[in-house]
Design a protein around this ligand. Structure first.
Ligand SMILES: *Cc1c(COP(=O)(O)O)cnc(C)c1O
Length: 361
């Protein structure tokens, strides 16, 4: 059987090393995973109990439109409920947007390096991915605007950018939006929006309300700590939602995910605590890296891409033997950098101690 031509050059996604596997492999009892930008504080303690209301309904399909969550989230974001779409992770919304708007002969513009799903989905649809190199780790919006032509359907802006953690500012976005022609969608992937503390960060929802060509993507996987459930959402003009709904699977967001997200959303104290602890962790990382003389990108996410001054795979393996899983930059296009998720204070200190030891060897 021959796989379809568009798929031949698409690599299979390589996830970070699972925690259980590392424990077995190195005979370690304690392993900390700082590789996938998961929340070190778990999720809101209210989530577990909220799930019990679903236990009598396991035999029933979920409500496809997630009405309860839709209402709560609309209130939280101050948008009409018709502007929301839910996905099995925001990954699935990226997939649905690609399916609905890309086809052979079309193009889509993104940064190089950024979140890999935009490109993968473009290739699956047989569309051309036009990649514009980052400048100092930041989206080159001028370059991206210049890359737009009549075949362009979507521009992806990952803000904060994964893996660099950098943001584009409200002012930069405004300048860029003036150059975007009306046949192009602009997707702002804001998976880390809740972590951002920089006042220059744009209000993506305001952009959506002002412009029917702007889409904001967010997720419950990161600050809400609900990655296991797979649930994310998109905010956009209601007519775009209608288009995307044509390719959405009828029951794409499962019952438990809808319930968990509802509970998570209601606990904004948890979100605020996580944001605060994360910022302290970033500051700890940054001051320590400065002391060590190692370059890093200023991050508004819950991770820092930092130079190790040596081959990143080597550093990755070294840290692994100490029970710390990080992400090597080799596969991310930064061969001497590692991407490290901000953990709890204890985890952060443990990681920095190991970094010190490795550096002095
Ligand atoms: C983690 C991440 C996502 C995907 O989140 P899910 O909702 O878990 O699918 C999307 N975009 C970026 C930039 C991410 O880092």
């Amino acid at each position: 059987m021959k796989v379809k031509a568009a798929l031949q050059d698409i690599p299979v996604y390589q996830p970070g090393k699972p925690l259980e596997e590392v424990k077995r492999e190195f005979g370690l009892d304690e392993v900390i995973k700082l590789a996938s930008n998961e929340n070190p504080f778990g999720c809101s303690p209210t989530v577990w109990e909220s799930l019990s209301t679903e236990r009598d309904f396991f035999s029933l399909y979920p409500e496809g439109g997630a009405p309860l969550l839709r209402q709560q989230l609309a209130t939280h974001l101050k948008v009409e409920p018709e502007r929301l779409i839910f996905g099995n992770g925001s990954d699935e919304i990226i997939q649905m947007i690609g399916r609905a708007f890309l086809e052979p002969g079309t193009e889509t513009v993104m940064a190089d390096i950024t979140f890999p799903r935009y490109k993968t989905q473009a290739l699956i649809e047989g569309a051309k991915a036009v990649e514009i190199p980052l400048k100092d780790g930041v989206h080159d919006l001028d370059g991206m605007a210049e890359a737009i032509n009549e075949r362009t359907r979507i521009v992806w802006i990952c803000n904060p950018n994964n893996p660099t953690g950098t943001i584009i500012t409200a002012e930069q976005l405004a300048t860029f939006m003036k150059k975007v022609p009306p046949h192009v969608l602009v997707v702002l992937d804001e998976a880390y929006e809740e972590y951002v503390t920089d006042p220059e960060y744009p209000d993506g929802i305001k952009e959506v309300l002002a412009n029917p060509r702007v889409i904001v993507l967010r997720t419950f996987s990161k600050i809400y700590g609900l990655a296991a459930f797979r649930i994310g959402y998109g905010v956009m003009d209601a007519s775009l939602i209608q288009d995307i709904n044509r390719v959405r699977e009828p029951f794409n967001v499962n019952r438990l995910a809808q319930r968990a997200a509802l509970a998570g959303l209601a606990d904004q104290d948890f979100v605020n605590q996580c944001r605060k602890a994360n910022r302290e962790g970033i500051e700890l990382f940054e001051s320590h890296l400065t002391k060590l003389g190692l370059h890093y990108f200023p991050s508004q996410g819950n991770f820092v891409l930092m130079d190790t001054g040596r081959n990143a795979d080597e550093m990755f393996h070294h840290l692994l033997t100490k029970g710390i899983i990080v992400r090597s930059g080799v596969s991310l296009g930064y061969p001497t950098y590692i991407r490290v998720t901000v953990g709890s204070q204890e985890q952060n200190i443990q990681f920095l101690n190991e970094l010190d030891v490795a550096k002095s060897e």
